[in-house]
Write a protein that binds this ligand. Structure first.
Ligand SMILES: Nc1ncnc2c1ncn2[C@@H]1O[C@H](COP(=O)(O)OP(=O)(O)O)[C@@H](O)[C@H]1O
Ligand SMILES: [Mg+2]
Ligand SMILES: [Zn+2]
Length: 576
């Protein structure tokens, strides 16, 4: 391909509002243009790269026995009503009515669509296992689309679904995807971490997210550098520090009130001079879970993890209660709240009381008395509190002790590029996808679901691999592998060398771009760095001595090579 016949609108300006490096560089290097919020046009360089990533994904999916489908993006509401998800989709789904007033949506995922095919076509255990996948456009009306290709409203996803007869089969399908994903990301030049993840609204049990550690990501993961434990903070656990009960005073026979004028926070009570260190306090949070008022008891120095809260209660929605709701229910304002003596089953307003497991068996604790400016001391959790649910509700913070070794956990920002779930029978049971076993009994299909975001991968590679000059693509996914830059297009000797190098590298099977523009060398070099082609061949004055320069974009190293040997040098050095 010749640059003069390729649309590469590079620009010098850093676009306003583009914060992430990938966003800035993909715009500046002429890969993408915004259409509207969270919607992008991919220009030729980006499309070439997208197709190379897709080739790698397809190759690895076929390797594990995947069969490629192409379902419709348009979906009828009926299947989503059958699975029960129609009413939980909120605003993320693009929904509309067709001209006959039938409800439709644009696929944001395809569990329902694939399950409905499976129930009509898979009838016997003998047909299992199956791995079905597609590479297709997904639509999600994200609340905060941002950062170029990182979070968009229309994107390509490789989504796969496995159908197995038993749990062991599902384990095998899950593991096969796990290994395939590792190969896909490695081949695409990505450094990634596989983390344990909450399965969120999808339902199911085991779930692994493939994360790229970058500040451009919106997720936070917990990592132990000693043993390698890695988890999404949504699910992360830590060792509960051993607390010696009551380092302050012996346990009282019953909780006792004391005046705490103006004391509203854990820190203020800790500094109040009564020995109420944060570890010895019970923090009482009031939340509204699916319209029902819920008390949540945490240790004073711990934070609540709302994802764990939803998982522990099975609720769909959680929000902190408003002050007037709290005052009506408990008779005090936030700052003096507590649950001593409360039973949800006997309470007019409170539906449930949850307690974090780190409070278990603690004594001599401090908490609010449900009376403004009054607290209680001498609280014995077992004796004085009546939680309906004990659960791990804690958000793990930086520096928490690892649950699996002596190491410490650290928090890192991360970007999810792939996600694999064990769905179990969530969809097959609700939608009636059964096969018969060898006894003739009906069994629900056991499913897994596996996604990769194609354009997000592109942006992730850009985040990890760039410098001040521009993008630095890995050879495997770069839009072109080699860029030939003749420094002076009016020099016929240089141009002849450029043309013949171009032809011979192409003959060797390389993906070559020839910068035949009539531009100054400086402009061409800047653009070369910006668009990130991994190998640059420069043809300048040295052509008269029969030499060219071959430069590695990543390391910046270059060497002179005889014109006749360019192809051989490149294939030895870059294509092993
Ligand atoms: N809004 C988006 N923009 C770009 N890629 C996305 C977006 N949402 C999801 N993806 C990609 O699709 C993959 C599978 O998505 P999935 O796990 O179903 O989504 P989520 O984690 O947002 O619920 C993600 O790992 C990610 O690579
Ligand atoms: Mg996900
Ligand atoms: Zn560890």
């Amino acid at each position: 391909m010749k640059w003069t016949s390729l649309f590469v609108p590079t620009t010098r300006e850093v676009p306003a509002g583009a914060e992430a490096s990938s966003h800035q560089l993909l715009l500046r290097a002429g890969y993408i243009r915004q259409v509207t919020a969270g919607v992008y046009a991919l220009l030729p360089l980006a499309q070439r790269m997208r197709l190379k990533i897709i080739d790698i994904i397809r190759d690895e999916m076929n390797n594990i026995g995947g069969q490629e489908f192409m379902l419709s993006a348009l979906q009828p509401a009926e299947i989503w009503k059958e699975s029960g998800r129609w009413h939980t989709l909120d605003e993320i789904a693009f929904r509309f009515k067709d001209r006959k007033n039938a409800e439709m949506l644009l696929g944001l995922t395809h569990e329902e669509a694939f399950t409905s095919l499976a129930r009509n076509g898979l009838n016997s255990y003998r047909q299992l296992p199956q791995i079905w996948y597609q590479i297709q456009t997904k639509f999600r009306d994200e609340a905060r689309p941002k950062s170029g290709l990182l979070r968009v409203r229309e994107f390509t996803m490789k989504d796969a679904y496995s159908f197995d007869f038993d749990q062991a089969g599902l384990d095998k399908s899950f593991q096969a995807h796990y290994e395939a994903y590792k190969r896909i990301f490695t081949r695409c030049g990505l450094t990634f971490t596989a983390v344990d993840a909450s399965s969120g609204a999808m339902g199911g049990s085991q779930s692994t997210e493939f994360m790229v550690l970058t500040d451009a990501g919106e997720d936070t993961v917990v990592i132990c550098s000693s043993c390698g434990y890695a988890a999404n903070t949504e699910k992360a656990i830590a060792r509960a520090e051993q607390i010696t009960n009551r380092e302050n005073s012996p346990n009282e026979a019953r909780p006792e009130t004391f005046a705490t004028p103006g004391i509203k926070t854990i820190e203020q009570l800790a500094a109040f001079g009564v020995g109420a260190s944060a570890q010895n306090q019970i923090k009482t949070l009031v939340f509204v879970l699916d319209q029902k008022l819920t008390l949540i008891l945490m240790r004073g120095d711990h934070e609540l993890n709302e994802t764990k809260l939803l998982a522990a209660t099975g609720a769909q929605n959680a929000r902190p209660a408003l002050e007037h709701e709290i005052v009506t229910a408990l008779g005090a304002r936030p700052g003096s709240l507590g649950a001593v003596g409360l039973r949800a089953s006997e309470h007019k307003h409170i539906d449930k009381i949850l307690a974090d497991q780190s409070l278990s068996e603690r004594t001599g604790m401090f908490t609010g008395a449900n009376q403004d400016d009054v607290h209680l001391r001498g609280v014995d959790v077992t004796r004085d509190l009546a939680p309906d649910i004990w659960a791990d509700l804690r958000l793990i913070g930086d520096g928490a002790p690892c649950a699996f070794c002596e190491g410490q956990l650290s928090l890192r920002k991360a970007l999810e590029i792939g996600h694999i779930f064990k769905l179990g029978t969530r969809y097959s049971e609700s939608m009636g996808a059964y096969v018969v076993d060898d006894q003739g009994n009906r069994q629900p299909l056991i499913m897994g679901s596996y996604g990769i975001g194609v354009e997000r991968m592109m942006a992730a590679i850009a985040e990890l691999s760039h410098d001040r000059g521009g993008l630095i693509w890995p050879l495997s996914v770069a839009p072109f592998q080699v860029l030939i830059v003749p420094t002076n297009t009016s020099d016929t000797e240089v141009m002849d060398a450029a043309q013949s190098t171009y032809q011979s590298l192409k003959k060797m099977g390389m993906d070559v771009l020839l910068d035949d523009r009539d531009e100054r060398a400086g402009v061409k070099f800047n653009d070369a760095d910006l668009i990130g082609i991994p190998i640059r061949v420069t043809l300048g004055k040295k052509v008269r001595d029969g030499l060219a320069e071959v430069k590695d974009r990543a390391s910046g190293q270059s060497e002179d090579v005889a014109l006749a040997d360019i192809g051989e040098l490149i294939s030895k050095k870059f294509f092993h």
